[in-house]
Design a protein around this ligand. Structure first.
Ligand SMILES: Cc1cc2nc3c(=O)[nH]c(=O)nc-3n(C[C@H](O)[C@H](O)[C@H](O)COP(=O)(O)OP(=O)(O)OC[C@H]3O[C@@H](n4cnc5c(N)ncnc54)[C@H](O)[C@@H]3O)c2cc1C
Length: 267
C-alpha cells in the first residue's frame, strides 16, 4: 500500500466549532497544529438550526450576580458532569465567550453593553445567550476565518478511519481521501472533534451531513465517560429543525421535557 505521510505535533480532526476553536487556541499557544476533515462544510455546528440556539456562559448583567463557583455547581449538580470538568468550563467561560464576540459572532447587548441572558435547561441564572437560530453556524464561520488568517493548514475530504496507538498512547491516525488514497498522520496529540454520535439522531434532529466518529476512539481503547447522558426534544424531520422552546416551556413550568412535549403535542 502507498500512503501520503504527514507529521505534526497536534492533529485536530473536524471542522465544526470544536475543531476550529481547538486549532485556533493551540496556534496562539505556539503548538504546531494541523486540521484534517471529512468535509469542511459538513457537521452539526455549520448545518443545524433551532428556533433559538443557546450559548451557555456565566451571567453577565448587573442584576444577575454569578460566579465561577456557582456555575460549576450548576453544571455538576445533575451528576452528568464531573466536578473538575465543570470547574474548567466555568473558569474559562468568559475567556471563550469574549473570544467569539471579538471574532464577530453577533451576540446581542442592551444599550449599556450588557449581554442580557435568558434561562434554558433548568438554568437558575439567565446564563444563556443567542445570536439567533444559526448561532453555531456564525461561530463556525468566525472561527474558520480566524484559522485562515493564521494560515493553519486544513486538509479537506479525508476521513479518519483508525487511530494508531503505540504502548497504549496515541501515535497517529490513518485516513482515506475521496480518490481512495491513504494518508498516514504521525502526531503526539490527537484532538477528535468529530461531533456527536450521529446515528443515534439519524431519524430525528441531526443534519444529514453529520456522520460522527466516536467509534474509532473506543476501538483504540479510549475510556468513555457519561455516555448515558442524552438530550431528546421535539424535532421536525423533513426540514431538520429542533424545537428547543419545549425546553424553555419545561423549565418555566417546572415540568420534565417529556411532559412539556406531550402538552405541546396535545395543543
Ligand atoms: C438541531 C440542533 C440544535 C442544537 N442546539 C444547541 C444549542 O442550542 N446549544 C448548544 O450548545 N448545542 C446545541 N446543539 C449541539 C451542537 O450544535 C453540537 O454539539 C456542536 O455543534 C458540535 O460541534 P462539533 O465541532 O463537536 O462537531 P460538528 O460541528 O458536528 O463537526 C464535526 C466535524 O468532524 C468532521 N468529521 C466527522 N467524522 C470525521 C472523520 N471520521 N474524519 C474526519 N473528519 C470527520 C465533520 O466533517 C465535521 O467537520 C444542537 C444540535 C442540533 C442538531
Amino acid at each position: 500500500m502507498k500512503y501520503q505521510c504527514h507529521e505534526i505535533n497536534t492533529l485536530v480532526v473536524g471542522t465544526g466549532c470544536a475543531g476550529y476553536n481547538a486549532a485556533d487556541w493551540l496556534y496562539d499557544l505556539k503548538v504546531p497544529v494541523m486540521i484534517v476533515t471529512e468535509g469542511r462544510k459538513m457537521g452539526t455546528s455549520r448545518n443545524t438550526g433551532s428556533d433559538k440556539q443557546t450559548y451557555y456562559k456565566i451571567a453577565l448583567t448587573a442584576d444577575n450576580k454569578d460566579s465561577i463557583g456557582e456555575m460549576t455547581d450548576t453544571l455538576a449538580d445533575g451528576i452528568g458532569v464531573h466536578g473538575d470538568l465543570a470547574l474548567i468550563e466555568a473558569a474559562n467561560s468568559l475567556k471563550c465567550f469574549y473570544k467569539l464576540v471579538n471574532l464577530g459572532v453577533p451576540f446581542p447587548t442592551n444599550e449599556y453593553g450588557e449581554y442580557v441572558g435568558y434561562k434554558t435547561d433548568h438554568d437558575p441564572k439567565q446564563r444563556a445567550t443567542s445570536a439567533g437560530p444559526l448561532t453555531s453556524k456564525y461561530m463556525t464561520e468566525c472561527l474558520e476565518e480566524s484559522v485562515k488568517r493564521k494560515k493553519i493548514s486544513v486538509l479537506d475530504h479525508i476521513t479518519i478511519i483508525k487511530i494508531i496507538t503505540k504502548d497504549g498512547k496515541v501515535a497517529g491516525a490513518l485516513g482515506v481521501d475521496k480518490g481512495n488514497e491513504f494518508h498516514l498522520f504521525s502526531c503526539q496529540n490527537l484532538i477528535l472533534a468529530t461531533g456527536g454520535p450521529a446515528a443515534v439522531y439519524k431519524d430525528s434532529v441531526y443534519p444529514a451531513s453529520q456522520s460522527g466518529m466516536t467509534g474509532i476512539a473506543l476501538e483504540a481503547g479510549a475510556r468513555a465517560d457519561n455516555l448515558q447522558e442524552w438530550q431528546y426534544g421535539l424535532a421536525s424531520v423533513k426540514f431538520r429543525w429542533n424545537v428547543s422552546s419545549i425546553e424553555r416551556l419545561a423549565s418555566e413550568r417546572g415540568m420534565t421535557k417529556q411532559a412539556a412535549s406531550f402538552k405541546a403535542i396535545q395543543k
